[in-house]
Design a binder for this molecule. Structure first.
Ligand SMILES: *Cc1c(COP(=O)(O)O)cnc(C)c1O
Length: 450
């Protein structure tokens, strides 16, 4: 794949022609403030007009380097050629019939692809939905239906979405939950493996600590599902120590608990494996996917063991738009792009290129306490030097300075002190190097004390 093919005519160079935001974006921000609900926030107040390769073009003509992919969604790139062609053809044929009324082949083909590609060679089934939260909710519904048990275990720092059940499953109060309760019952939280913060507890020990707490406070016989992100997303890109996931998965198997991997953020080549669970050879019973699945079109899925997936009664799963035909053909095109263009390998190359630079930066700047992540899902955790005390003020300042210099970076973490990098896999090496130069300069010139 050449950059020219991916970029839909978007010049692959960072270029600022106005301040960020420029006047056109500022005028649109004023309209947004007057028309859009105040609760819908904005990370970077520039309005996009075009995007492709590794660049987002804003309403003022600024070219920004995209290290966010719209939160890990445009993994195959924005306006990826196969996705564009597939959607254009489909939209002219038919846009919606509702798969539950008169089905169509593309939905079945996506299910077949996910059954083939997800970890494990057991018999599988898939159901399609619209959003990551909806996939997680349905994974819980399916696990409850299969086990006849009520409880769900999730982990510290977890993020699973913004619907009522998934708010309950999400750890962080602000901004996701505050004032929005009461929340769904029977959701219990267990401690995570967090190598930077748990004093070198190894993965198996951290898992035993979680299992002990679950056994005492919930009881395995009440537990339908354990839901976990193999690398946490919004919670801070926390990568559990080796052995954590596999020990938990083994305990779930022994205890009749459905082990659900929430790979909404980590899935589809993002981490340098097609799915992050593969890194340790963990085979989840159910896997929830979304974000990177369809090149930017809204689609999500639950895929898993046939006997679990087939537990709910006929008509028990579905939704008006779930597996919309435009989203399904986009997913097939995105999957073809990942396979044909070697994007799993590309994610590994991006890891090598970026991680060594980030590690260099950490060696020269004691405010960077940890560099972590895999593939094109990398992060730095910012702390008061010599401690693990989070520095959210610095994190916000560095992100804002990067934005002003034309690099889209996102923050995350329960304490808001993690800068995360999620470039599209269609980005060029030149843009990665330029973005890292900007970042190094940004760290050099940003001095704030929290
Ligand atoms: C984004 C995300 C979700 C929620 O997905 P939506 O499409 O925003 O509903 C769930 N789990 C994880 C791990 C996520 O990153």
């Amino acid at each position: 794949m050449t950059i020219a093919e991916t970029a839909a005519g978007v010049e692959q160079r960072r270029r600022l022609v106005t301040a960020i935001p420029g006047p056109a974006s500022q005028a649109l921000m004023d309209r947004k403030a007057a028309a859009v609900a105040g609760g819908v926030g904005t990370t970077l107040p520039v309005f996009a007009v075009r995007a492709g390769g590794g660049i987002v073009v804003d309403a003022d003509g600024n070219h920004l380097i995209d290290l966010g992919s719209g939160i890990a969604v445009t993994t195959v790139g924005n306006s990826a050629p196969r996705v564009v062609a597939a959607v254009q053809a489909q939209v002219a044929d038919f846009t919606h019939t509702c798969f539950m009324i008169t089905p169509y082949e593309s939905y079945v083909a996506v299910a077949e692809a996910l059954n083939r590609l997800t970890p494990g060679d057991h018999a599988k089934r898939t159901a399609l939905f619209n959003s990551g939260a909806e996939a997680v909710e349905n994974a819980v519904k399916i696990a409850r239906s299969f086990t006849g048990r009520p409880a769900v275990v999730v982990f510290d720092h977890a993020y699973h979405g913004r619907t009522n059940l998934t708010m309950a499953m999400t750890a962080k109060n602000m901004p996701y939950k505050n004032g929005f309760g009461p929340f769904a019952p029977e959701v219990y939280r267990a401690p995570l493996s967090y190598p930077f913060r748990d004093g070198g507890l190894d993965g198996a020990e951290a898992a035993r600590r979680a299992i002990e707490l679950i056994s005492v406070q919930v009881g395995a016989t009440n537990l339908a599902a354990m839901v976990i992100e193999p690398i946490q997303g919004e919670g801070g890109f926390v990568e559990p120590a080796p052995g954590f996931l596999s020990t938990l998965a083994a305990w779930c198997r022994e205890s009749g608990v459905v082990f659900v991997a929430d790979e909404v953020q980590t899935g589809f080549a993002r981490t340098g494996d097609l799915f992050a669970c593969e890194h340790e050879g963990v085979v989840p019973d159910l896997i929830a996917t979304a974000k990177g699945i369809a090149g930017g079109l809204p689609l999500s899925a639950v895929t898993g063991r046939a006997e679990i997936m087939d537990a709910p009664h006929v008509g028990g799963l579905g939704g008006t738009y779930g597996g919309n035909p435009l989203a399904c053909v986009a997913a097939l095109a995105a999957i073809e792009t990942i396979e044909a263009d070697g994007l799993v390998e590309r994610a590994r190359q991006i890891e090598q290129r970026m991680k060594s630079r980030l590690e260099d930066l950490a060696r020269s700047d004691p405010r960077i306490g940890d560099v972590r992540g895999r593939g094109a899902m990398l992060a730095v955790e910012l702390v008061v030097p010599g401690t693990t005390q989070p520095d959210a003020v610095l994190t916000r300042a560095v992100a804002a300075a990067a934005h002003r210099a034309g690099v889209i970076v996102l923050t995350c973490g329960t304490d808001g002190n993690v800068l995360r990098f999620l470039p599209p896999l269609s980005i060029s090496d030149e843009l990665i190097d330029d973005a890292l130069d900007v970042l190094a300069e940004t760290f050099r010139t940003t001095t704030v004390t929290s």
